[in-house]
Design a protein around this ligand. Structure first.
Ligand code: SAM
Ligand code: SF4
Ligand code: SF4
Length: 337
């Protein structure tokens, strides 16, 4: 186990397997910025499956037990099920999960399950088709995502978590419908406060619906009660329905930051380590990897990066100024949330 400057251990890693995506969510990859001519990373730039697997072995030695595959959209990375199978065989990974927009799940869900993916989280911001299309740059309708979720269920993923980013005046009027729908189907809904990740999504504090308000609005229709977090480092505030019909999580990274429990490292598609979702510069692992570094040398770079870590952006954002969010930050599609 390794500890950072604030005594936080390294427990989980999010691996971004591509910077590309088939959606253009306004809060992540707005279509005006990520147009036809946008230069994504080349195949040579991104880590190979062998490189990702090798780094995962080193990370597990340092205490990582949970691996989440993300992106961009992880399912647009060719043969993602092969990487999944390779990571599933890394001893010590207790939990192998993926966050996806579900568009390609009808083709991929069974192969992912067979490869050893344990759990899946699907992003779906609204069940209102017009609202959802506006949010994803009109790349998909609700029906396509529902088909992806159905394929995941059929493949045996259960329970499925559903992520929804809540923005005032955009989709907040549809959160109760989402909660009800998820409750009826046994999915675990996770509402996420709209975050000021990156510098491209036009974030404003007025667009954030505070977690407390999200909980109150659902509670008014579907009564809730708070429940304990299930493990240290869990980012969601958890509530269960008073009628025993399941639970929801709310990720209050803006209004109630949880940096003190943040045990997460992020690896970008081109092999940079980020110790915070709101980091500016990553630490490059690709160059040493490709220059022939030994496992011990790679381990040392990771240890140095983690043990020097002091990040607590969300707490600083709240404590400092209203415009702390304007400094330069890595974009979400690079490090995957
Ligand atoms: N493409 C996949 C997907 O959308 O599920 C995985 C990558 S995506 C960057 C991971 C998660 O980050 C998604 O659930 C997405 O909704 C969330 N996300 C992206 N931008 C966000 C923002 N500005 N604030 C809060 N959550 C955000
Ligand atoms: Fe793509 Fe996911 Fe970002 Fe939406 S949130 S643009 S689906 S990477
Ligand atoms: Fe972790 Fe950074 Fe988020 Fe704080 S702001 S919880 S340190 S990723």
């Amino acid at each position: 186990m390794i500890h950072d400057q604030l005594n936080r251990v390294l427990r989980d890693v999010r691996i971004s397997v591509t910077d590309r995506c088939n959606f253009r969510c306004t809060y992540c990859m707005p279509a005006e910025v990520f147009g036809e001519s946008f230069q994504f990373l080349s195949h040579f730039d991104i880590l190979s499956f062998e490189e990702i697997t090798r780094l995962t072995h080193v990370l597990v030695k340092l205490g990582v037990v949970k691996v989440r595959l993300t992106g961009g959209e992880p399912l647009v990375r060719k043969d993602i099920e092969q990487l999944t199978a390779m990571l599933a065989q890394v001893g010590g990974v207790d939990d192998l999960t993926m966050t996806t927009n579900a568009y390609l799940l009808p083709q991929k869900a069974q192969a992912l399950k067979d490869a050893g993916l344990r759990r899946i989280t699907v992003s779906l911001d609204s069940l209102d088709d017009a609202v959802f299309r506006r949010l994803n740059g009109n790349r998909a309708g609700v029906q396509q995502v529902l088909e992806g979720i159905a394929a995941a269920e059929q493949a045996g993923f259960s329970p499925i978590k559903i992520n929804a980013v809540v923005q005032r005046g955009v989709n907040d009027h549809t959160i109760v419908d989402l909660a009800r729908w998820a409750k009826e189907r046994g999915h675990i809904m996770r509402f996420i406060e709209f975050m000021d990740v990156g510098n491209l999504n036009g974030w404003r504090m007025e667009h954030v619906v505070p977690a407390r308000e999200i909980a109150q609005r659902i509670h008014a229709v579907l009564p809730l009660e708070p429940t304990e977090r299930s493990y240290r480092g869990e980012v969601a505030m958890r509530f269960r329905y008073q009628d025993g019909g399941g639970e929801i999580g709310i990720i209050a990274s803006v209004t109630q930051p949880f940096c003190g429990d943040c045990t997460r490292l992020r690896l970008s598609a081109e092999g940079k380590l980020y110790t915070c979702l709101f980091g500016t510069e990553g630490v490059d692992l690709r160059e040493p990897l490709r220059a022939g570094a030994s496992d011990a040398e790679l381990e040392q770079i990771i240890v140095n990066t983690w043990t020097r870590r002091t990040d607590r952006y969300s707490e600083d954002r709240t404590a400092l100024t209203d415009d702390a969010h304007t400094r330069r930050k890595v974009e979400m599609y690079h490090i995957g949330g």
